[in-house]
Design a protein around this ligand. Structure first.
Ligand SMILES: [Zn+2]
Length: 756
């Protein structure tokens, strides 16, 4: 699945943290002498990954379609297992049985005013050798669409997000009883049928707009990297943000052979109305037939038509039926036992299943993981012994909706809760800038790692390159000043859409999601054209960013696995919480002012006056002004956390020389156990309102965004969705978690201060 993150994060005022700067030669969490040994191992590691190996792994893994349950998916799993073993690692396959629907009937036709039947087919292209593997390709569809046969007028709904329906209301257009057509993008695709159903629609089409990933940006495939007229984005439409990812029939538990399963009709994550993806070739005649108001300017795309919203003229018939089968997913798990504290685990993963050949998604990430595993095997042969246990996972079933990783996490939840210190994810790789996303207790750590990796095309460190690029692109003097002064670049929060979700959101394990991006325009996502030919013509053609990512992730794995004290840092976490607190207060204030203004304009008759009487619009409804909320508990607990983080950092710096002292072994164990608990303190077992599978109080996928994170989700979504008393209760729950976090930190500080 796609990593969705902008290169540029949003900046707010931050605090420069340079108070306890480390000496540059010493690694965080290592004594000066062990830093030196560690540097030697890391340098050796970074010399091992070879671009040509990655190219050959990709050629092998993407040679045939390999979706869940397909013959080549199984063959790939066995090949990856053999590779892990060849590298000298102890590995096995773990299988779960999951609900995976595949297409049986797919039909989209316009029956009025003219007849048109959508092709729903991506043609083979002569120059692209794997595009002709028809018999093994999954047809274009959205997995977990409910079966249905519906006919209705067509309405264009832009990206199909809640605010688009507000605009439709102003245009006097309802989607009740209609089939909607939405553009792909700007949200998790499953949000589109969900919001459409909430507004009374009976069916949903999602098309790839050429302005977003077609000819508007670059030439189309095979001349260029972008989506051609018949290219279609497959993908899951599961409503996982409101319920849970993973197998829809076994929420919360591993989908083992004899697990208790729900009836399909009771599975909450299956869509409420049928949904199908289409190409812009198939969408154009439908959109061209629409009557009704002209679409707002920001809705219009790059097709040579006047974009109208409908309804009128165009009437559409769509039919979807799936084979609702249980299919195996095969996770490959390799383990390197820790030599000192085997009960502390560093977990690393990337998925291996694809929608079709999947060279970019996910193979470009999977080959990086394999080359890291080979390099770790080499180090073991040279005598390196990791302090902690390292677990490498090649997940199956990520594309349908994180099936392999979620079921594994649910099946091993008790052990993972006790032992896992971090989960490091990748999901594909391209050329460009290192994208950093993760738990903010790892922000300092990841910045430090990025400072040690060279960008293959500019020679700068990947940290410096991105920092300068962000300064160059920054929108304000404030942002530039923060970028120059803050010790670390800010790390984006984790939303969802890839395999870290169960680790972070369900169990509260600190997570990272990494990859290079930003210089590969692409329109082949989830199509038959995401293949070896495309990747080796248009993306990281020399696999040098593949090597850079293997060096980045491998360095992170080695450093987390070997540090005497787990290298979390909490000043940046506290700073981030302070920033969220300010954002939330501003969100409420802005909303109050906006609604006051809107109500005033309604009273003044401004909407009516501004209207063209020949094209009148419907004024918005009057709304209650949101009440003031008590943010004091959040402010207080954020301040407490800031002070605890400062004390911890001071003790941490003072203890650095002592952490190699054998006499401290037992204390170090206690300390690291406390530190593993810090991310757990940020979850609440009762979960988020109406979606109890999601337990992290700082990070979650948005109920109406899906990929993109909502930070402090209970409070933020409470304000956004007009549930103010709930938001106030959530403030209290978050504050309590932050207090617990501070208490754990204070305990850790006490241990650091007692080291000999
Ligand atoms: Zn993926």
């Amino acid at each position: 699945m796609r990593r969705v993150s902008a290169l540029l994060l949003t900046f707010a005022m931050g605090f420069p943290f340079s108070l306890f700067a480390e000496t540059p030669d010493s690694l965080r969490g290592f004594s000066p002498s062990s830093s030196k040994t560690q540097r030697d191992w890391e340098n050796k590691f970074r010399g091992i990954p070879q671009p040509n190996n990655m190219r050959e792994y990709m050629r092998r893994l993407s040679a045939r379609p390999h979706h869940v349950g397909s013959p080549y998916d199984k063959e790939n799993a066995e090949w990856i297992l053999a590779k892990f073993k060849e590298f000298g690692l102890d590995a096995h396959i773990e299988t779960f049985d999951v609900l995976f629907p595949t297409p049986k009937v797919r039909l989209v036709e316009m029956i009025e005013p003219t007849k048109f039947t959508a092709k729903l087919d991506e043609p083979a292209i002569a120059t692209d050798p794997t595009s002709s593997q028809k018999s093994e390709q999954l047809p274009t569809y959205n997995a977990y669409s409910i079966d249905g046969d519906v006919t209705g007028p067509l309405v264009f709904v832009n990206y199909g997000l809640p605010k688009d329906y507000e605009e439709l209301e102003r245009l006097g257009v309802s989607v009740k009883g209609a089939i909607v057509i939405a553009k792909y993008g700007n949200s998790w695709r499953g949000i589109k049928p969900k919001v459409a159903a909430e507004h009374g629609a009976i069916g949903c089409l999602i098309y790839s707009e050429p302005k977003d990933d077609g000819y508007f940006e670059e030439s189309v495939f095979p001349e260029g990297p972008m989506r051609n007229a018949q290219g279609v984005q497959r993908g899951s439409a599961m409503d996982f943000p409101s319920s849970n990812p993973g197998d829809p029939l076994t929420p919360g538990v591993g989908a083992t052979k004899d697990a208790k399963r729900l009836d399909i009709k009771n599975a909450a994550s299956i869509t409420k109305i049928p949904v199908l993806p289409i190409s812009y070739g198939d969408a154009q005649p439908l959109l061209a037939a629409l009557k009704g108001p002209v679409a707002p300017e920001s809705w219009r795309g790059a097709l040579a038509i006047t974009y109208r919203v409908g309804p009128g003229a165009a009437k559409v018939h769509m039919k979807v039926q799936s084979n609702w089968d249980i299919k195996p997913v095969n996770d490959i798990v390799a383990r390197i036992p820790g030599a000192v504290t085997p009960d502390e685990w560093i977990v690393r993963g990337n998925h291996h299943d694809a929608w079709v050949n999947g060279a970019e998604d996910p193979t470009s990430g999977q080959v990086v993981l394999l080359e890291e595993a080979r390099a770790l095997g080499e180090l073991l042969k040279q005598g390196w012994k990791p302090r902690r246990t390292i677990i490498y996972c090649a997940w199956d079933g990520e594309e349908p909706m994180l099936l392999g990783s979620t079921e594994w996490v649910e099946a091993h939840a008790d052990e993972l809760r006790k032992h896992a210190a971090v989960y490091i994810n990748t999901d594909g790789n391209d050329r460009g800038f290192l994208n950093l996303e993760g738990s903010h207790s790892l922000e300092r750590f990841m910045n430090d790692v990025a400072r040690d990796i060279h960008d293959p095309e500019t020679g700068l460190s990947v940290w410096k390159r991105r920092q300068l690029a962000e300064i160059h692109e920054a929108k304000s003097a404030e942002d530039r000043s923060e970028l120059r002064q803050r010790k670390d670049m800010r790390m984006g929060a984790l939303g969802s859409g890839t395999d870290y979700t169960a680790f972070v959101d369900h169990l509260g394990i600190a997570g990272l999601n990494l990859g290079f991006e930003g210089e590969t325009p692409q329109g082949i996502y989830h199509s038959i054209y995401d293949d070896f030919y495309w990747y080796t013509h248009f993306s990281d053609t020399e696999f040098v960013y593949g090597r850079a990512l293997a060096q980045t992730v491998g360095t992170a794995v080695l450093r987390m696995a070997d540090a005497e004290v787990l290298p979390y840092e909490f000043g940046n976490l506290a700073d981030t919480v302070q920033k969220y607190n300010k954002e939330l207060q501003k969100l409420l204030k802005d909303k109050q002012e906006e609604i006051k203004e809107q109500n005033q304009q309604l009273e003044d008759g401004a909407y009516k006056a501004a209207d063209d009487p020949r094209k009148p619009t419907v004024p918005p409804k009057r709304k209650d002004v949101p009440p003031y909320l008590n943010f004091a508990p959040l402010q207080n607990s954020a301040d407490t956390l800031t002070r605890s983080a400062e004390r911890y950092e001071k003790a941490f710096a003072a203890a650095q020389a002592k952490v190699s002292n054998e006499a401290n072994a037992a204390l170090l164990n206690d300390l690291n156990n406390q530190l593993i608990e810090t991310e757990r303190a940020l979850i609440n077992d009762a979960g988020l309102p109406r979606r109890s599978w999601y337990k992290h109080l700082l990070y979650a996928p948005g109920v109406y965004t899906g990929y993109q994170p909502k930070t402090v989700p209970g409070v933020r979504e409470g304000i956004e969705q007009d549930r103010y008393s709930e938001a106030e209760q959530e403030i209290v729950r978050v504050s309590k978690a932050l207090q617990d976090e501070s208490a754990i930190l204070d305990k850790a500080t006490g241990i650091l201060e007692s080291l000999k």
